[in-house]
Design a protein around this ligand. Structure first.
Ligand SMILES: *Cc1c(COP(=O)(O)O)cnc(C)c1O
Length: 381
């Protein structure tokens, strides 16, 4: 049973041009087959036994290992525990703070709102001070007051403008002053190489439903560098993070390895959907995905009238997988484009984002999208 509608590269795109890859893109056409097999062959036949006999209990880790090459991580360091990005970030931030008895949690003011809210909440909870800095101020603060910083939270791709922050040099800056780095990879995973191991990243989290294509509400992932795994103390000490969950002992003994980052019973069908979405991404590989996204971005810019203001860096190596355009009224442009079957997302008041998910967006799509933008911005008289 395949998902009906027009198909692009094995994705059920319908007649939509999806440039809103920062949210929810189309499913693969054979997703229903995969979910159907799990429901009828595993769930219906095995029922509760399927947790043990069909690998369900291991899925948070097997999906994590499948995702690892896209992140530049050796196996055993990524887990998809089944929680939201926000919950996973909370878990990572508290755990990172517990590794450094210092007063400050540092974050960029342009961070995604949930990151700001959670950093503030974690600081409040643990009696630390939240320091919010501009992009340049972030580096300057590390340079001048780095010995006060417990944890610096950063993102390799600015969610509004697409501007990149270099993971390697920022992490090195944190380490030089004895701070830990926590990376939010939401807008990088699946489109930009992050090389977590070679960049010496401490902890990272990211979203399953953006470029990874895991579907509505797909669970988030957590990376913990191997060197921290025996030390890290997560606040969400749920029974699936226990060394022996089924021993049902009263005391929490954390699992060795990345299983420590697990929490409770995972949302199995959502994990299966994410697992399924990862196959073509892993097959293509992160370097090629990045190359394709860059080529699509360049084709889009070539087709765009020069009077449309591009807020993102023009150099494709200075941005992630999306571009931001300044328009008079972002919501109106988003709606006008949607009427023309082009999905973008508005960041009011005056930005729209166009994202180039490399597996289902085509060069033809980006040319048609540019035309649609021109016609919405200056409708024919
Ligand atoms: C999309 C996104 C989230 C989403 O958080 P959820 O808990 O999954 O809703 C969080 N942080 C960043 C940076 C994002 O881009």
């Amino acid at each position: 049973m395949s998902v009906p509608g027009e198909v692009n590269g094995g994705f059920a795109t319908g007649d939509l041009i999806h440039l809103n890859g920062n949210s929810l893109g189309p499913p693969r056409t054979d997703l229903l087959d995969r979910l159907g097999t799990v429901v009828s062959e595993q769930w219906a036949r095995g029922q509760v036994r399927a947790w043990f006999r069909d690998g369900w209990l291991d899925l948070p880790r097997t999906v994590g290992d499948k995702l690892s090459p896209l992140l530049g991580a050796a196996p055993g360091q990524v887990v998809v525990a089944g929680d939201t990005t926000s919950t996973t970030l909370f878990n990572a931030l508290v755990a990172a703070c517990r590794l450094r008895d210092r007063p400050v949690v540092l974050v960029e003011g342009d961070a995604f709102p949930t990151d700001l809210y959670l950093a503030a909440s974690v600081a409040r909870l643990l009696g630390r001070e939240l320091v919010v800095e501009s992009r340049d101020g972030f580096d300057a603060y590390l340079g001048e007051h780095g010995d006060r910083v417990a944890v610096a939270l950063a993102a390799p791709v600015d969610f509004r403008t697409g501007r990149r922050r270099d993971i390697g040099s920022t992490t090195a800056l944190c380490h030089a002053v004895g701070a830990l780095s926590v990376w939010d990879l939401c807008h990088a995973a699946g489109v930009l190489p992050t090389n977590l191991d070679t960049n010496n990243v401490d902890l990272a989290i990211g979203c399953g439903y953006k470029y990874l294509g895991g579907g509505p509400g797909a669970p988030a992932f957590l990376y913990v560098a191997e060197r921290w795994q025996s030390e890290v103390d997560f606040p969400l000490a749920g029974w699936h993070g226990h060394a022996e969950p089924f021993a049902m002992t009263p005391d929490f003994v954390p699992a060795t390895g990345i299983d420590r980052g697990r929490n409770g019973t995972p949302p199995l069908l959502s994990l299966v959907a994410l697992d399924h979405a990862l196959d073509p991404l892993v097959a293509v590989g992160i370097d090629e995905l990045h190359r394709r996204a860059k080529a699509l971005g360049e084709a889009f810019l070539d087709a765009l009238r020069p009077d449309v203001e591009v807020v993102s860096p023009r150099d494709p190596d200075q941005r992630g997988g999306h571009l931001a355009l300044r328009v008079p009224d972002a919501d109106a442009v988003e709606h006008g484009l949607a009427e023309r079957n082009v999905l973008v997302d508005a960041r009011p008041p005056d930005l729209i984002r166009v994202a180039f998910a490399p597996l289902y967006v085509t060069p033809e799509h980006v040319r048609r999208a540019a035309e649609a933008i021109h016609s919405v911005l200056s409708p024919p008289n």
